[in-house]
Design a protein around this ligand. Structure first.
Ligand code: CMP
Length: 140
C-alpha cells in the first residue's frame, strides 16, 4: 500500500449543520490523518474553477451556487491508499446508493448537498491539493 494524500471538502450543507467534527472523526477512526485544514467562504469564481471539469454538465450552475451558499472546510487527508480509502469512507455520490456507515449515508441530504467531496484519482488529488494549499501549509 502506498502512502498518498487526497483533497477533501466538507460542503456547506455539513458546515451549516455543525458536522465538521463528526465527519473528521470518520476520517481519523478509519486511519486517515488530517495534515492540513482550513475553513473558507469560496467565491463564485473559485468554485467555478474548482469544478471546471463539470462545466458542460446540466448541474454545473446549481453546484457552483450550492458550494458558495456557506462556508466549506478544505482539507488534505494522508494515509495508505488515501484516495480510494477516502472514497470508501465518503460512500457513493448519491446518498441513496451509499453504504451504511459512510459519511454520505449518515449525513448527506441529496446528490448535490452530499456533505463531502473527495478527489477521484491521485493525479486529480495533486491538482486539487495545490488549488487550495501551498506545500508549507501541509504538515504530515
Ligand atoms: P463531488 O464529488 O463534489 O463532485 C461533483 C459534484 O456534483 C458531486 O459531488 C455532486 O455533489 C454534484 N452533483 C449534483 N448533481 C449531480 C448529478 N446529477 N450527478 C453527479 N453529481 C452531481
Amino acid at each position: 500500500m502506498a502512502k498518498e494524500r487526497t483533497l477533501s471538502i466538507i460542503k456547506p450543507d455539513a458546515t451549516r449543520r455543525n458536522l465538521t467534527g463528526k465527519i473528521n472523526a470518520k476520517f481519523e477512526e478509519q486511519g486517515l490523518r488530517i495534515v492540513a485544514q482550513k475553513r473558507l467562504q469560496l467565491s463564485e469564481v473559485q468554485a467555478g474553477k474548482f469544478y471546471e471539469v463539470h462545466k458542460e454538465r446540466p448541474f454545473y450552475g446549481e453546484l457552483v451556487s450550492f458550494m458558495i451558499s456557506g462556508p466549506v472546510v478544505v482539507q488534505v487527508l494522508e494515509g495508505d491508499d488515501a484516495v480510494a480509502a477516502n472514497r470508501k469512507i465518503m460512500g457513493a455520490t448519491n446518498p441513496a446508493n451509499a453504504e451504511a456507515g459512510t459519511i454520505r449515508k449518515e449525513f448527506a441530504e441529496s446528490i448535490e448537498a452530499n456533505s463531502v467531496h473527495g478527489s477521484d484519482s491521485l493525479e486529480n488529488a495533486k491538482n486539487e491539493i495545490s488549488f487550495f494549499f501551498s506545500e508549507t501549509e501541509i504538515v504530515g
